[in-house]
Design a protein around this ligand. Structure first.
Ligand code: ADP
Length: 445
């Protein structure tokens, strides 16, 4: 049964165009045998000749069959690949090491308003940015020429991912570039996959604008309520009971205000409108000031606060002091909020040579983070269950905002924690201003 199936398959394969040489081999064989029948008189020699030709034709056909089958299969997979690339919603551009365009799919034609014929086989270079119709394509191939570029991957690591924004018309591209290499690792060219995120970003921006307006509207009456309650609390004619009520009201209003402010910051970050204004900031003094402000709350919680300068008299970074203040205050507030009785908070500053970065850590002796929650605490609105027990109120936005601020300063943030023992947040900030991203980008996560 299996043999019958294989034979049927072989015969059906023989009908393929790629198998034409097998038919030619057999037709030649028939012709030679027929011709020799008339030429060779001796039946013995004729049989020897005919058998040799038959054996040769069989061997040749077998090899040809294998070769043709491989050719056919390659054609099928190349065709399949081509149709996938052609029908992809993302633009795909492949080019050789000398920037000669090899593949330009239908989406690329749409994105750049150029047809395949205008691009394939052409060598692209930065000088073409000024050529009519080729500007966006050239800026995408050479992102350093684009108006706004934000790197999303480590430098020199493939695939390289960058977000590029264009104005008039407004376009938002996420471009992922990878090497095309042969088996020995020799680079033959590059492939770029470009995703058009214009609509996605517009939706996020309009959502964040709505949240911004709502948060602004809420902030004004909340501030007024806070003042009113403050006035009541300080009123000498009020009984102690009523004063306590006013204080509770103030605490609740403060919590609500913090949530509203966090929402406002989140909306502005996501809309790419947080508005960073960088300048030189001296970190030793900067941290001392934040810790001085934190002393009141630390006293309330009965906590000790330490600052280890790591032997640094001063440490200068290029930062937005307001935003960096929000980020550090969030970490220090959390270290106090989720601490244990008679605990401590230690802020450490440390140079990390030879890297052009400075490291700040905020360590507490508190409740810790459950291992299962470690990967999620920087996500928007996430709060671990143990933290919710200690502090029912909380927006779950503080760390999300902090991470965005640190990233927008060219730094990194991570956490180490032991449940029930304490938590340390680490962050780095570049000391080299060229490592600070100049453009603010909208965040989608
Ligand atoms: P919030 O403090 O308002 O809940 P955050 O975004 O600042 O929001 O923190 C998110 C979550 O991360 C917290 O709810 C808590 O579960 C956890 N977390 C943050 N800092 C600490 C800390 N120092 N110790 C323990 N858990 C923490």
């Amino acid at each position: 049964m299996q043999l019958a199936n294989r034979l049927t398959k072989v015969f059906s394969n023989l009908r393929l165009r790629e198998m034409r040489w097998i038919w030619i081999i057999w037709a030649t064989k028939v012709f030679l045998v027929a011709f020799s029948f008339f030429l060779i008189e001796e039946i013995v020699w004729f049989s020897v000749f005919a058998t040799t030709i038959f054996a040769l034709a069989t061997i040749l056909s077998w090899h040809e069959y294998q070769r043709a089958l491989r050719t056919f299969e390659t054609k099928v997979s190349v065709g399949r690949m081509e149709s996938i690339v052609t029908n992809l919603e993302d633009a795909v551009i492949a080019y050789s090491s000398d920037f000669k365009i090899l593949i330009f799919n239908a989406a690329a034609e749409r994105f750049f308003g150029l047809s395949k014929d205008q691009v394939i086989g052409q060598t692209m270079g930065p000088e073409r940015a000024g050529e009519k119709g080729y500007q966006t394509l050239t800026q995408t191939l050479f992102p350093s020429l684009a108006p706004v570029v934000v790197g999303r991957s480590e430098p020199n690591q493939y695939p390289q991912i960058v977000d590029i924004s264009f104005e008039s018309p407004n376009r938002e591209f996420r471009v992922s570039t990878d090497k095309i290499a042969d088996k020995s690792g020799r680079i033959l060219g590059f492939v770029k996959v470009i995703r058009d995120r214009t609509r996605e970003i517009e939706l996020v921006k309009s959502k964040s604008e709505f949240v911004s307006v709502a948060a602004h509207q809420l902030r004004t009456p909340l501030t007024a309520i806070n003042w009113t309650l403050e006035g009541l609390r300080d009123n000498p004619g009020l009984s102690e009971e009523d004063k306590t009520l006013a204080k509770n009201g103030m605490q609740a209003t403060a919590n609500l205000l913090k949530t509203v402010n966090d929402l406002l910051d989140t909306a502005e970050i996501e809309g790419g409108r947080f508005g960073y204004e960088y300048k030189e900031v001296e970190l030793v003094k900067f941290i001392e000031d934040i810790l001085a402000n934190a002393q009141v709350v630390a006293k309330e919680y009965g906590l000790q606060v330490f600052f280890d300068k790591g032997g640094l008299e001063e440490s200068k970074v290029f930062a937005d002091p307001t935003k960096l203040g929000i980020a550090l205050s969030n970490l220090i507030d959390n270290a106090m909020k989720y601490n244990s009785k008679n605990g401590s908070v230690t802020v450490r500053l440390k140079a990390v040579p030879p890297k052009p970065f400075v490291q700040i850590s905020v360590q507490d002796t508190g409740v810790g983070i459950p291992p299962a929650d470690m990967g999620k605490i920087f996500a928007k609105f996430y709060r671990a269950s143990n933290a919710r027990k200690v502090h029912a109120d909380g927006s779950g936005l503080g760390l999300y905002i902090t991470k965005n601020i640190i990233t927008q300063h060219g730094g990194e943030i991570w956490v180490e924690s032991t449940l029930g023992r304490g938590t340390t947040f680490f962050l780095t900030l570049p000391t080299d201003p060229s490592l600070v991203p100049r453009a603010e980008s909208a965040t989608l996560t």
